[in-house]
Design a binder for this molecule. Structure first.
Ligand SMILES: CC(C)(COP(=O)(O)OP(=O)(O)OC[C@H]1O[C@@H](n2cnc3c(N)ncnc32)[C@H](O)[C@@H]1OP(=O)(O)O)[C@@H](O)C(=O)NCCC(=O)NCCS
Length: 206
């Protein structure tokens, strides 16, 4: 069963943060820590409608997640402006726990400003996506689809319904499983300046 993350539900925020941490440990969001994810990213950004997140629940346990945004170039900038003081306090706490996180914050700020210069119309972004390995071949009882296909299909349907023409996402160049997965949707792979040298920018037309 897919459920939309409800930011008022701490169990949902915890589940999204746990899955993000376990499946994408190298992502800057995960590296900023649980407080940032549960307190800001999967909380205020969802409340503001700047990102959305689907969770896949199997027997009451969350085993997959897909976070996406209709505002790929500005969602973080807008979130930052709307919650400047709260975000600053959260980041200060993250830094107090691990001062080396300053590098991640500075790198993220650089990426954000490069992103803003890349604006395009009708483009949504899949920000983070993953299914626990034990469930990636599991077929959803209601639809008969494998969980990753079911979840990505739902994200595509959301964007299609709202008139978007494509979904983009950033994938590490060495993430072969994901490249094969998105290749099966006809993803076009390219380099983009704001993704950094270790990453591809992929597009799937809707
Ligand atoms: C992305 C993710 C959900 C894909 O699931 P997966 O179990 O690795 O993928 P699978 O091996 O089942 O393959 C999925 C699809 O890729 C394609 N594929 C896989 N191997 C292939 C091959 N050798 N040749 C061609 N296509 C292939 C197929 O379309 C396959 O679908 P099918 O099994 O229904 O035929 C999973 O790897 C994951 O959660 N990764 C961790 C998080 C992550 O890296 N996320 C992406 C960045 S945000």
């Amino acid at each position: 069963v897919i459920v939309a993350l409800d930011p008022a539900n701490p169990a949902h925020r915890r589940a999204a943060a746990s899955l993000h941490n376990a499946l994408l440990p190298e992502s800057p969001i995960a590296k900023l820590g649980r407080l940032f994810m549960e307190g800001f990213y999967y909380n205020h950004l969802v409340r503001e409608g700047l990102i959305a997140c689907d969770l896949y629940s199997h027997d009451g346990r969350f085993v997959g997640f897909a976070a996406y945004t209709k505002e790929p170039y500005t969602f973080m900038e807008r979130g930052k402006k709307a919650h400047f003081f709260y975000l600053s306090a959260i980041l200060a706490a993250c830094l107090a726990v691990r001062p080396s996180r300053i590098k991640i914050i500075l790198e993220a700020l650089k990426t954000l400003s490069r992103r803003v210069q890349n604006q395009g119309k009708g483009v949504g972004e899949l920000l983070s996506f993953g299914v626990e390995p034990a469930f990636s071949s599991h077929r959803d009882a209601a639809s008969g689809k494998k969980v990753p296909h079911l979840m990505f299909g739902r994200v595509m349907a959301v964007f299609r319904r709202e008139g978007f023409s494509k979904i983009q996402f950033i994938i590490r160049k060495d993430n072969q499983a994901s490249l094969l997965f998105f290749n099966s949707y006809g993803a076009v792979i390219r380099e983009a300046d704001y993704t950094g040298p270790g990453f591809f920018l992929l597009d799937v037309s809707l």
